[in-house]
Design a protein around this ligand. Structure first.
Ligand code: PEP
Ligand code: MN
Length: 339
């Protein structure tokens, strides 16, 4: 349930409600608005304590959250969440951020060259996988920690926060040392131990929808992270699997207005994996901006034909910089900006 405190409630009053929640064996989730603070008391049978909280002086009113996902829901938080990443980057505000870089960190040179290319074109966050979830065990699996050192150094040189994927609980800890955002990939959306580990650390998390995950399941997976006390979660649509086989996946753009209505969390769209065909990534990226993306994630490679992973969907440097200008025009048409 949601406990809404009276306008201008003091810290002492907020603590009194939080302490009472804790004493009943629940975790308080405090969300401070400009004037009003709300506290979520989430867990089985929380509603049975409604009267006890209603009797407290600082409490204005109490409501129940009907949805199975609680902290992720618009019922819990009406205003859009804006996530503060490092280096002044904020996701969920007017500016649409572009996260760009190679699918995999292949070498130090590749990471630095690509960082310069995407930075010059206007990207604000650098991507690159050090641990790669490949369909084949014989395909390039990533450089591991060495790769993380390269992406961290490239981000430092070009003043960009960096993001990389964690596939296991142990990798979450390692990644949080080198990266500004932790990516949980489509294949791990229902790896609940991994979600909990991501929720226990403090770095923002980009959670990718699985290829056979419903919108409700995506929000429930986000809830796993939020419920551990990490409220900085971005939801990422990256294409789902359908009967259609002329594209790599089917980008579910329908999900964006639906998610925006159901949840306050920022939405990141990944047209590179969504369509999987370089020639069409730009067109879909424009559609993503038009439909309400708060950020895009795009794969870029200086020589995609030599890429060790996802070459066929990686944009060439010149394609990427031309696209950034087009995306900015679409962003302006929908009241946002990119460059
Ligand atoms: C990736 O971003 O390179 C990736 C593996 O993404 P997904 O989990 O969406 O397949
Ligand atoms: Mn990829």
């Amino acid at each position: 349930m949601i406990i809404t405190l009276k306008r201008g409630a003091k810290q002492k009053e907020i603590s009194a409600v939080s302490d009472k929640i804790k004493s009943l064996g629940y975790k308080p989730h405090v969300s401070r608005g400009k004037d009003v603070t709300i506290i979520g008391m989430i867990g089985e049978y929380a509603e049975k304590y409604k009267d006890a909280f209603e009797a407290m002086d600082a409490v204005e009113h109490i409501s129940e959250i009907q949805k199975p996902y609680k902290l992720a829901s618009r019922e819990f938080k009406k205003s859009n969440t804006v996530i503060k990443v490092s280096r002044g980057v904020e996701i969920g505000a007017k500016k649409i951020h572009v996260i760009a870089g190679p699918c995999a960190i292949e070498s130090r040179d590749l990471m630095f060259n690509t960082a310069k290319i995407v930075k010059d074109a206007g990207a604000t966050i650098l991507r690159g996988g050090a641990f790669k979830p490949r369909s084949s065990p014989y395909a390039f699996q990533g450089l591991g920690e060495k790769g993380l050192k390269y992406i961290e150094a490239a981000g430092r040189k070009y003043h960009m926060p960096v993001i990389s994927e964690a596939m296991s609980v142990e990798q979450v800890e390692l990644l949080s040392k080198y990266c500004d955002i932790i990516q949980i990939g489509a294949r791990n959306i229902q790896n609940y131990d991994l979600l909990k580990a991501a929720g226990k650390q403090k770095k923002p998390v980009l959670l990718k929808r699985g290829m056979a995950t419903t919108v409700k399941e995506l929000l429930l997976s986000a809830e796993y992270i939020l419920s551990q006390g990490n409220y900085d979660v971005m939801l990422c649509e990256r294409g789902i699997r359908t009967f259609e086989d002329s594209t790599r996946f089917t980008m579910d753009l329908n999900a964006i207005p639906v998610l925006k209505k159901l949840s306050h969390l920022p939405i990141v769209l990944d047209p590179s994996h969504g369509i999987g065909i370089r020639e069409h990534v730009g067109t879909m990226a424009k559609a993503c901006v038009a439909v309400g993306a708060d950020a895009l994630i795009l794969e870029v490679h200086p020589r995609p034909q030599e890429a060790l992973s996802d070459g066929p969907q990686s944009l060439l440097p010149e394609q990427f910089s031309a696209l950034m200008n087009e995306l900015d025009a679409v962003a302006k048409a929908v009241g946002r900006e990119i460059l």
